[in-house]
Design a protein around this ligand. Structure first.
Ligand code: NAD
Ligand code: TDX
Length: 336
């Protein structure tokens, strides 16, 4: 199979490329990535020289560029990871989120339409909005109505709706996965876990929003990659699959765990995120029953592996935090 993977220079996309080429060395992957602030070519160094891998620097919104790659490569399938992915940045300025996450997805599906190519959309549990903190019995199922809170989640939900429309109207063979919070190697330092690890290592305060009581359902990135690969191969066309770890944790508990593991780090409570979703929790029964998927990495092991990775890959994140991220960090946390 020849597969176009968009956003492969980012966190989950890169982990997916490593996973896929390891599991299916007979396949060919073409990674399309615009290399925004979140994309890092050095992340892909381990696969760059492989014969069955090609990197194309391009914007998924650029129709001409997309049509060119599709006609050159004649792919069998597309997995769309490319997105603006950080909620806080979407609160600062939604416009690029609408452009990349909505328009970009429709351009890719237009390229798939002519030949009826298989299209998988990597979506998020955030499209369901949030759940109350005091109702542990409530979980997101695939039937939960879409009810978004942030410009980011609204843009992802809009893309999901377009995917369903392309399936119904044009018969495009589409699937959608909605995953909970991922963690693991190569995650950009603006996200909770790498931010806290790197700040602790650099002697900077660990900025917890509000009282740190918001709950997220954490999944090790490789488990997410395995779920996507299964859906691509065996998922039912036109279906949505929730992917989650049954691993709900309060932010404050995650941060305390990181402090404990590293033996350093000073927690500081800062102004809450606007519209901050209270709790995410996924019911993964459908993907378990239909595709036999279950998370394999326990959080206690995954977080240790992740922290070790950041300790061993200082070069990777030091380069990143000295670039555009420095200005972003100052805007977000500078005066706190
Ligand atoms: P990321 O921000 O780390 O990476 C995004 C990648 O997309 C970067 O390499 C960036 O350069 C690229 N990109 C951005 N705009 C582009 C454009 N217009 N054209 C081409 N490339 C572009 O994101 P991530 O955390 O790896 O998330 C990947 C996908 O998974 C996203 O669609 C996100 O919504 C979804 N998701 C993420 C999580 C999570 O916890 N991180 C959970 C569920 C779903
Ligand atoms: O400095 C911080 N302090 C803090 O308390 C940051 C950056 C975050 N937080 C809190 C906000 C959230 O409750 O930690 C939690 C996790 O925050 P993020 O890492 O920004 O993730 P989240 O907003 O939950 O969204 C993530 O999961 C779903 C990804 O960024 C999305 O791309 C994905 O769709």
């Amino acid at each position: 199979m020849t597969i176009i993977v968009t956003g492969g220079a980012g966190f989950i996309g890169a982990n997916y490329i490593f996973y896929h080429l390891n599991q299916h060395p007979e396949d060919r992957i073409i990674c399309i990535d615009k290399l925004t602030y979140a994309g890092n070519l050095s992340t892909l160094a381990p696969v760059m020289e492989k014969e069955n891998f090609r990197f194309v620097k391009a914007d998924i919104c650029d129709r001409t560029a997309m049509e060119k790659v599709f006609s050159e490569e004649k792919p069998d399938a597309v997995i769309n990871f490319a997105a603006e992915s950080h909620v806080d940045r979407s609160i600062e300025d939604p416009s690029i989120f609408l452009q990349t996450n909505i328009i970009g997805t429709s351009v890719l599906m237009d390229c798939c339409r002519k030949d009826g190519l298989r299209f998988h959309q990597v979506s998020t549990d955030e499209v369901y909005g949030d759940l109350p903190l005091d109702r542990p019995d409530m979980l997101f199922t695939e039937e939960t109505p879409i009810h978004t809170s942030s410009p980011y989640s609204s843009s992802k939900a809009s893309a999901d709706l377009l995917c369903s429309a392309y399936h119904r109207t044009y018969g495009l063979p589409v699937t959608i996965s909605r995953c909970s919070n991922n963690y693991g190697p190569y995650q950009f330092p603006e996200k909770l876990i790498p931010l806290m690890v790197i700040n602790a290592l650099n002697g900077k305060p660990l900025p917890v929003y509000g009282e740190g009581l918001n709950v997220r359902d954490w999944l090790y990135v490789e488990d997410h990659c395995r779920a996507i690969d299964l859906i691509l191969r065996n998922g039912r066309i036109g279906e949505v699959y929730n992917v989650g770890g049954h691993n709900e944790m309060r932010n404050i508990d995650i941060v305390k765990l990181i402090v404990k593991e590293l033996g350093k780090g000073e927690i500081t409570f800062v102004t809450d995120r606007k519209g901050h979703d209270l709790r995410y929790a996924i019911d993964p029964t459908k993907i378990k029953n239909e595709l036999g998927w279950e998370p394999e990495t326990k959080f206690a092991d995954g977080i240790k592996k992740t922290i070790s990775w950041y300790l061993e890959h200082k070069d990777w994140w030091e380069e990143i935090i000295s670039g555009e991220y420095e200005k972003y960090y100052e805007r977000m946390y500078g005066e706190r």
